[in-house]
Design a protein around this ligand. Structure first.
Ligand SMILES: Nc1ncnc2c1ncn2[C@@H]1O[C@H](COP(=O)(O)OP(=O)(O)OP(=O)(O)O)[C@@H](O)[C@H]1O
Length: 322
């Protein structure tokens, strides 16, 4: 496969802040590549360096084999994180305006339909919902039918339904062969959309790979998390002597290495010793766990399969087969 985007040792400092502290990465043609990082990690600075909208202090970027400023604008598009079109433009006028900037542009009607804005195309931008606004903005990045599309936090600040419809659109674009480079702090977004992700913290790529490979390598083991007011030592004793690895702290017990078929053994061990608990949840490692373990920082989210208790020590096994 061809690399359409290559960055080597990018560095960018603002005062005492190293926004980029030596970032190298490459993105293959047709790939969806997600850059994950918390606020301030350097995501926007990296997107700006990759698209030639800021100059790095050092390092190099190659887009389609040339520097970003020389790359064919017809083949590239960027949806910046902060993009505030005039409030008194309709969605149609906005997309038409952007279509007018290119030698060859797609039919604005088709673009509006593709981003799910066909019914709201005559509504002023100021009257659109957050999700509609973002979709209209995505439309401006699709008018030139780009081969490489940069989306800087495309779904930040929009509701879950709007987020899902944008995910579906990004999947459609990827199916058509568009290379997508997106930044996000939503793990679910990266896990669902990305072929590969890079975990960015403090301006450095801490790890990269497919979501499943990162989880397998860095996410830790399946585990049961028990919320309990019982004394931490007593709780640890409850599962002592089993093959599980136990970490106890006040209010919480984590039993690692628990496969689904072992859940009953852990529950029985707790019950045998009369340990009462508020909740007991079996969790598989997630990308959030991998991020936490690799960087020591949290991004957001991360849910396991929860087993609520309906009375002391009795699991209700909500939402699962028994
Ligand atoms: N123009 C600038 N002047 C000074 N500092 C800047 C500038 N741009 C970015 N920074 C700093 O560089 C660091 C990285 O910022 P950046 O916006 O790239 O992070 P981010 O990961 O995109 O964050 P967010 O998710 O909040 O958008 C931050 O500490 C930020 O304050």
């Amino acid at each position: 496969m061809n690399d359409v985007l290559v960055a080597e040792d990018l560095r960018k400092t603002y005062g005492d802040t190293a926004a980029l502290a030596g970032v190298s990465l490459s993105v293959e043609e047709g790939e969806v590549f997600a850059l994950i990082g918390p606020n301030g990690a350097g995501k926007t600075t990296l997107v700006r360096a990759l698209t030639g909208t800021t100059d790095p202090d050092s390092g190099s970027v190659s887009v389609f084999g040339t520097d970003p400023q020389s790359a064919d604008p017809q083949r590239l598009a960027l949806l910046p994180q902060a993009f505030d079109p005039p409030e008194r433009l309709t969605a149609r006028e906005l997309v038409e305006y952007y279509a007018g900037l290119y030698d060859e542009a797609r039919d604005p009607e088709a673009v509006l339909a593709e981003v799910g804005m066909a019914d709201a195309d005559d509504t002023w931008y100021e009257n659109l919902s957050g999700g509609q606004r973002r979709r209209a903005c995505v439309g401006t990045a699709l008018v030139n039918d780009p081969d490489l599309l940069f989306l800087d936090e495309p779904t930040t600040g929009i509701d879950p339904a709007g987020r899902r419809s944008l995910w579906a659109l990004i999947e459609e674009l990827a199916d058509r062969g568009t290379t997508v480079f997106l930044t996000t702090h939503y793990m679910e977004e990266a896990e669902r959309l990305a072929d590969r992700v890079a975990l960015l913290a403090d301006g450095e790529v801490a790890a990269s790979g497919s979501p499943s490979a990162l989880v397998a390598e860095h996410g830790g083991r399946t585990r049961i998390v028990v919320e309990t007011d019982a004394d931490a030592g007593a709780v640890a004793d409850a599962v002592a002597g089993t093959d599980f690895e136990v970490e106890a702290s006040d209010g919480q017990l984590v039993v690692a290495g628990v496969e689904p078929e072992d859940i009953g053994d852990v529950v029985a061990a707790l019950n045998d010793r009369g340990v009462a608990y508020e909740s007991l949840a079996w969790k598989q490692p997630t990308l959030e766990d991998a991020f936490l373990r690799v960087t020591g920082k949290s991004v957001a989210g991360g849910a396991g399969i929860s087993v609520e208790t309906d009375r002391e020590g009795e699991p209700a096994f909500a939402g699962g087969e028994r």
